[in-house]
Ligand binder design. Structure first.
Ligand code: ZN
Length: 130
């Protein structure tokens, strides 16, 4: 990888990081129980509210983890630039297409697929996403 390509990846990583931080954490609405509205409709609203809270908190966890991965990639560009873009498992080059999409990737596609079979493209049902 040329220094110019590394610079391009650094720019992408920094932009991505800034975007995530600017968007900030998803707001987690407190559970509201309105005394005036009781019954089935309220239970539905309650269930929906709980689901939204779970989704918001999952999204926040995902964002925090993503920022960590971005920081790690930026640190690598700084400390060991020649290692950037190499798979941390097999030392092969990560496909440029993958790096362009996921500049914070640390594994090549085959190694990533081996580590996390769920990402191997075999998911079909919603329940498979757990
Ligand atoms: Zn690999």
């Amino acid at each position: 990888m040329t220094p110019k390509q590394r610079l391009a990846h650094r720019r992408t990583l920094e932009r991505l990081r800034a975007e995530i931080l600017r968007a900030g954490p998803a707001r987690i609405e407190p559970n509201r129980r309105d005394a005036a509205t009781t019954g089935v409709a309220d239970e539905d609203a309650q269930a929906l509210s709980e689901m939204m809270q779970v989704l918001a908190s999952k999204r926040n966890e995902g964002q925090a983890a993503l920022v960590q991965r971005i920081d790690r990639a930026l640190r690598k560009l700084e400390d060991a630039p020649e290692d950037f873009g190499l798979c941390e498992e097999c030392d092969e080059e990560i496909a440029p297409k993958r790096l362009a999409l996921v500049p914070h990737a640390t594994l090549c596609v085959p190694c990533q697929a081996r580590r996390d079979p769920k990402l191997g493209g075999s998911r079909k049902k919603l329940t498979d996403y757990r």
